[in-house]
Design a protein. Sequence first.
Length: 138
Amino acid sequence: MTRISPRFRLALALKALLLLSLAALFVFLAWQSWTKWHWALPARLSGAVLLGIAAVSVAWAASLGAADVVLGQALVANGAKPLKSRRSGYSLRLPGGRFVEYVLYNPWPALEPDTTYTVVYGRFSGVLVAPPQPENAP
């Protein structure tokens, strides 16, 4: 295991705070849908439940980033392949099936589609904390 640099710990902390604020917004909207909306009970209940689920999901992602900030542990993996489409929100797929992503955007040069990379990523969040390094062709 390797350590996450202070620069990326700060970036992960800011991302976790952003996600936590989104979770708080979803909780507020869920509460508003339950208490303030004047719709029928099934519509109010479904709105509150769906927004509550979104809040828990986003809060969980924030907690993973916070764990990386506190512990500062990063993993190194070989054989990561860039995804053809980034619509899923992930940037690279590891040979074991796990996905890793950038903090919020790609601060490094663009990835080559048919190249494999060695990546360093946060143990819990799966966020890249160092530039992906192309692996030499065999």
